[in-house]
Design a protein. Structure first.
Length: 131
């Protein structure tokens, strides 16, 4: 099953909204990317094995911005690929930190359906003070 991991710049309201990030897995390094303004995004495709719901594909993404650093571990299974077709789910760099914006199953109805979901995955770790 094919899926995209999408990183989006949502650093609105800042004098310096630029982010720099690098994502890598055990087998592949997607390199450093620079996003200079809010609204820009980068997606990279990953392949997940159907039926392997317990074995996630693990990617580590390191972010840098004027507000600090963040190291995000992203775990995806083929069930995530079914919930997030194409680039419908994204990890957004915001002034608060890295935010996940995507979909989740709502089991409160007779027929489960996907509903929008948004939560803070990781706050920024401020840069150390220089003396």
């Amino acid at each position: 099953v094919n899926m995209n991991i999408t990183i989006r710049n949502a650093m609105t309201g800042l004098l310096r909204p630029e982010i720099v990030y690098r994502c890598q897995s055990k087998r592949k390094d997607y390199g450093w990317h620079r996003s200079t303004k809010p609204g820009t995004q980068f997606s990279f495709p990953i392949i997940l094995i159907k039926g392997e719901s317990k074995i996630p594909a693990i990617h580590i993404c390191r972010f840098r911005s004027a507000l600090g650093t963040a190291t995000l571990v992203i775990e995806n299974t083929y069930l995530d690929a079914e919930m997030c077709p194409k680039s419908s789910c994204a990890h957004e760099a915001t002034p608060k930190g890295i935010l996940f914006r995507g979909l989740e199953w709502d089991f409160k109805t007779v027929f489960p359906k996907l509903k929008p979901l948004e939560y803070l995955e990781l706050p920024w770790t401020p840069w150390p003070n220089r003396t």
